[in-house]
Design a protein around this ligand. Structure first.
Ligand code: ROI
Length: 167
């Protein structure tokens, strides 16, 4: 894949799956993300079982968050993550907020705020998603999420119901 390089930036990536053996999906995705040229794994959270946000007639999710150091520009990182989603046979049911084999979201990219048609960073709705905030807090308790607040404050305001750490 054609990519442009920038100075190293710490980015956090959210991983989620609720189809086709979600734990295996997340573990394979971790390996694939760490193998992207210009991306180096720094930290990886525990895996968490979470109740679906959105339609309830879908399986529970497995979620995790990965911290990386990357020289890729945000759009290049995004394209690489989408490529991994596709390789892992991402099934889209067509339903809004429906079940998915693999979701890889850029949660934060350094202290940057990005508002492009394909990419909003920090991830939209992060403050309502305990399945993102808890694993993120586990690996980055000092993090300040640009324009949103400290991870500590965000967690304090977000209900944690239905979230269970797996390992
Ligand atoms: N719900 C949970 N629990 N975990 C997710 O990763 C997740 N991802 C989504 C929607 C459909 C919003 N719900 C989710 O995209």
């Amino acid at each position: 894949m054609q990519t442009s390089l920038s100075p190293p930036v710490i980015a956090y990536i959210g991983l989620g799956s609720n189809l086709v053996d979600p734990i295996v999906q997340i573990k394979s995705a971790r390996i694939a993300v760490a193998a992207i040229e210009g991306v180096q794994e720094m930290t990886f959270s525990s895996l968490y079982h979470s109740l679906p946000m959105g339609p309830q007639d879908q399986p529970d999710y497995v979620n995790a968050v990965m911290g990386v150091v990357t020289k890729l520009l945000p759009m290049d990182l995004l394209r690489n993550l989408q490529h991994i989603e596709n390789i892992q046979g991402r099934i889209r049911t067509g339903e809004r907020w429906g079940a998915r084999t693999l979701d890889l979201d850029i949660l934060t990219y350094g202290d940057q705020e990005i508002d492009e048609p394909d990419l909003i960073v920090p991830h939209k709705g992060i403050e309502e998603r305990s399945f993102v905030l808890c694993p993120l807090f586990e690996i980055a308790p000092e993090l300040y999420v640009p324009n949103k607040g400290s991870i500590v404050d965000l967690i304090a305001k977000c209900p944690l119901s239905g979230l269970k750490r797996i390992n």
